[in-house]
Ligand binder design. Structure first.
Ligand code: ADP
Ligand code: ZN
Length: 648
């Protein structure tokens, strides 16, 4: 909560505070840095540099004795026998591929003695740094505080003294680098034309739009699009993130806005990009007590508004802002003459994903069996950034395997990594746990195989992955889906409860492993009733507020005010939904008991079941008579309690 009441920063008198302190500090630091760069290259000994993939291959052939791993250099020793029987040590270096988190694991597996890079030959520099930097930080902060106590235009100095340059110059990003967002591109074409041929529009008295708001989930390429607009028009690109505006000190944000626009106006025509506009433009009325009437945000926002109103539209400064939460943006920002254009940048559909994969695969060597269209089909919901990451992850996997090109299996493994996390074979389960997990997962798979709209079960595994998952079942949708139909929701709930039901069926008792499934199933059942109005008794009434309303009314109860009686009814119906789904899950497993048994045993033996073999098994799943009616109505023909006979 800002406690600052210093309001003098609006005065135009720039503070002549001495800034030499900071200046000399910078010079000293850069000198040291330079020294640090130069010294090793002068005195460092030369070793043979090998590609990273070769290094990994040598490790896997158990040739490597010892490795010293640095963030940008790995030095390692290989022992070889000369024909005379002497052992010679050879030292090599390699440059690691960034982000190879599996390296320590591989080294451990092949008994390589490894350590981190020790302070290098010029360790004295490091020592000097470690001696110098803490006091320097201390003095900087001290100087800064003293400076502030001078009162007056201190806050202005804080904003200015960063002397930030917001310009990124010409970006070089082009529209072809951004794929799968054709509609957004079409809308932005116009802006490019404005920037290139302003005269054409102004001659007729047309006003160039000042602000465009890009709306879409994170990683869909909003920043890239803004850069591409600048790149295509060949104008400079200025950028700042909304969260950078929000500082501890009141007034800093406002002064940054002023700086930014001062710089931009000097270089017009240009693009000013403001990321995370929601951090700044949060609806003022909506800020609940929890968030505080944030003075700083308010002032910064006002400054932005007045800057936007202040310059003539035809100066050629076009502001592109991005947000993934358009509903919380202050309405003042979307008035005409401000961000009056909204362009939606959504997650790509299948063909969009294929196009994005194509863009990112340009620089990667692909084997002939790689089919980007299949990969696109298997990755619904992935945004551009996820796909970029996927391609990189697959390339890393291929490099580790020392392959000439990236093959389809690398992509499949990479998808799984992104969906379910890294394999954690080190998490060793005991026999009972492993058996429980196996039956649990097969339970999900058997139920999932019968349910509508859920996609094929592609893989079941009892190899722990990611955070907390001891086993997993992967179901891949066959197409992108935007709606879920009633029966699919029921099916999903039953599938979620399938794991637990299998434990009950086989062991007669349940483990803690189903907690997450139960949570999700309950959530879904509740939403079906309180948001989607799918319950007969309660009807199409919204009992829950969706996020946007919640926000506008301040953070309050997510439920509408309802009578205790209705609340009771909701609870009862949620429970009934879950009970019925549970019953169906048990009933299906009961019908397919033998299949459950065989499949779980096969899974225990192989750890992973997938592909045609798995499909063959799951094709044998039999549907009990009551399934169809339950899917259609959500009800069971007789109001049966969970049949005890289904258990054990
Ligand atoms: P946002 O600003 O929407 O969060 P970014 O523009 O920062 O997303 O995207 C992050 C990265 O993801 C980009 O650098 C790019 O590599 C990749 N990416 C995202 N969307 C696309 C796209 N439509 N086409 C190609 N690459 C994309
Ligand atoms: Zn489960």
């Amino acid at each position: 909560m800002p406690v600052e009441t210093n309001n003098n920063h609006n005065k135009p008198n720039k503070s002549p505070k001495p800034r030499q302190f900071g200046g000399s500090l910078l010079i000293l630091l850069s000198f040291l840095l330079l020294l640090n760069l130069v010294v090793p290259s002068l005195f460092g000994q030369r070793q043979t540099q090998v590609p990273y993939s070769e290094f990994i291959a040598q490790v896997q052939n158990n040739q490597v004795e010892q490795a010293v791993v640095g963030s940008d250099r790995i030095e390692y020793t290989i022992k070889t026998q000369t024909p005379e029987g002497e052992t010679v040590e050879q030292v090599f270096t390699t440059t690691p591929v960034a982000l190879d988190l599996d390296l320590p694991k591989i080294l451990r597996e092949h008994d390589v003695e490894f350590s981190a890079l020790p302070p290098s030959e010029n360790a004295w520099i490091g020592t000097l740094f470690s001696w110098l930097i803490p006091p320097l930080i201390f003095f900087t902060i001290w100087g800064f505080l003293i400076n502030r106590q001078g009162g007056g235009p201190a806050a202005l100095t804080v904003g200015k003294s960063k002397a930030r340059i917001y310009s990124e110059g010409i970006t070089g990003v082009k529209f072809i680098d951004v794929a799968g967002v054709d509609e957004a591109k079409a809308e932005l074409e116009e802006i490019i034309d404005f920037l290139k041929n302003a005269g054409k529009y102004t001659r007729l008295g047309a006003k160039i739009p000042k602000g465009v708001l890009l709306v879409g989930p994170p990683g869909t390429g909003k920043t890239m699009l803004a850069k591409a607009v600048a790149g295509e028009a060949g104008v400079p690109f200025f950028s700042i993130s909304g969260s950078e505006f929000i500082e501890l000190f009141v007034g800093v944000g406002a002064s940054r806005v002023r700086d930014l626009f001062d710089q931009a106006k000097q270089q017009a025509p240009c693009i000013v990009f403001i990321d995370e506009l929601d951090a700044l433009g949060k609806s003022r009325g909506g800020a609940g007590p929890m968030m505080g009437g944030n003075d700083e945000r308010e002032q910064t926002l006002n400054q932005l508004l007045s800057e936007m109103d202040g310059f003539d539209a035809n100066t050629g400064v076009i502001i592109i802002a991005a947000t993934n939460r358009p509903e919380v943006i202050d309405p003042a920002l979307s008035r005409p003459g401000r961000f009056d254009r909204q362009v939606v940048v959504d997650r790509p559909d299948k063909s969009g994903r294929e196009a994005i994969l194509n863009v990112h695969a340009r620089n990667v060597k692909l084997a002939n069996d790689v089919n980007l269209s299949t990969i696109a089909a298997r990755t619904p919901g992935f945004a551009g950034a996820d796909l970029a990451n996927l391609v990189n992850e697959a390339a890393l996997l291929a490099a580790r395997q020392n392959r000439q090109a990236v093959i389809m299996a690398d992509f499949n493994e990479a998808i799984e990594r992104l969906v379910a996390g890294l394999e954690k074979r080190s998490r060793v389960l005991n026999e009972v746990e492993k058996t429980t997990v196996a039956y649990h997962e097969v339970g999900h798979a058997i139920i999932g195989a019968l349910m509508p709209g859920a996609g094929k079960v592609e893989k079941i595994s009892v190899v722990p992955r990611g955070v907390g998952a001891l086993g997993y079942t992967i179901q891949m949708p066959e197409e992108d889906r935007f709606l879920m139909i009633e029966d699919e929701i029921r099916g999903r709930i039953a599938t979620l409860l399938g794991g637990r039901s299998a434990e009950e069926t086989v062991f007669g008792k349940v483990s803690t492993g189903a907690a997450d499934d139960i949570q999700k199933a309950t959530d879904l059942a509740e939403r079906a009733i309180t948001i989607y109005g799918m319950n007969e008794k309660l009807g199409p009434v919204a009992f829950e507020k969706i996020q946007q309303q919640q926000f506008l009314e301040g953070y309050g109860n997510p439920r509408r005010s309802i009578s205790p009686k209705v609340a009771e009814e909701i609870d009862r119906e949620v429970k009934l939904t879950l009970d019925n789904a549970h019953h169906i899950a048990l009933s299906i497993l009961h019908y397919n008991r033998e299949l459950l048994e065989e499949t779980a045993q096969a899974l225990l033996e192989k750890e992973i079941l997938e592909g045609a073999k798995l499909r063959e098994r799951l094709n044998q799943v039999q549907a009990p008579d009551e399934l169809e009616e339950w899917l259609r109505t959500g009800k069971l023909s007789q109001d049966r309690p969970l049949m005890q006979s289904l258990l054990v």
